[in-house]
Design a protein around this ligand. Sequence first.
Ligand code: SAH
Ligand code: SF4
Length: 366
Amino acid sequence: MIKKYINKLYETNNTTDEELLYILDNLDVDSKEYLVEKSHATRMRTYGNKVYMRGLIEFTNYCVKNCEYCGIRVSNKKADRYRLTIEDIIDCADIGDRLGYKTYVLQGGEDPFFTDEIMVEIITKIKDKYPNNAITLSLGERSYESYEKMFKAGADRYLLRHETATKELYEKFHPGASFENRRECLWNLKKIGFQIGPGFMVGLPGQTNKDLVNDLRFVKDLEPQMCGIGPFIPHKDTNLANEIGGSVDKTTTMLALIRLMNPDVLLPSTTALGSIDTQGREKGIKAGGNVVMPNLSPTSVREKYSLYDGKICTGDEAAECRLCIENRIKGAGFEVEITRGDNIAWQTKKVIKNDVKRTFTLEGDY
Ligand code: SAH
Ligand code: SF4
């Protein structure tokens, strides 16, 4: 029965919620292997054996939000806060470009210091210097107008995990935050024209397979270009410090299911996955992941951007990270790809808005 459902997923990229739940409830070693095989075959059909690199710049760990699981939540008074200056950020972009990264991911807490004006300045400066490089933002929830200003300044993509598509679970872990607003932000980003990346954590305390089916369905309905999935990992200075984190096995299962349901999606094998298992990122790639995000942040701040315990690569210079990750990708039998790496369905749409600073030609980039 389970292989029949996996075949259906492979052939039609969809199935019912009941069948998804059946797969999650009944997966054993043999059927997991089959699931991963089908996921791999799907990625080979869409992106081949390529794995895309993105340079991650963690530019602020100030945050006004209080997500229960996160080490930089506002109520963690032990967090050693920092902000990179605009010059620091441009330096990271310079290093990234020299190392061959054609996409930057600017990620941070929800930090009111980075107003729309400041973000527009940062985006404009990077785009003026590197018009062919893509900018991905990951700054949490902002207004429609704010997203629009950053898009018009030249930002291309936005990562905003929905975290969990189950309202009760969302509210349990996000005191004072709105489940509806988070989702609304994703629809807004999509409407504005960003390539969007929702995503969720695997193994949140109290999360069931039914909740994970909700996540799979939400992602499918949203039709995103990217999707970020990683295990929940407890942070020592949060209320969830003593909880059990998500597993590699469950995370790779979810990666494989997301790949089967969304063949075109750009799917990172995350640092969090690499942090709970030395071979975590390789396992994520084999299960259908096709993006890695090596760190470009200055080593002096890496430890401080501490969302969870045991984060890897905090001491390595950007160039070392680049080499390490490249060797890992090759070692797992895949090929490093250092172009901008836009979503393939997106490329065929060839969306170029004249009012937006996008000087590259889509055809020339791939
Ligand atoms: N502030 C922004 C971006 C930075 S947080 C935002 O929240 O969208 C980026 C992601 O880190 C979050 O979406 C969350 O899924 C993940 N994260 C935070 N704490 C974590 C933890 N303890 N374990 C695993 N992932 C975590
Ligand atoms: Fe802030 Fe993001 Fe951490 Fe939530 S997950 S506390 S929004 S940095």
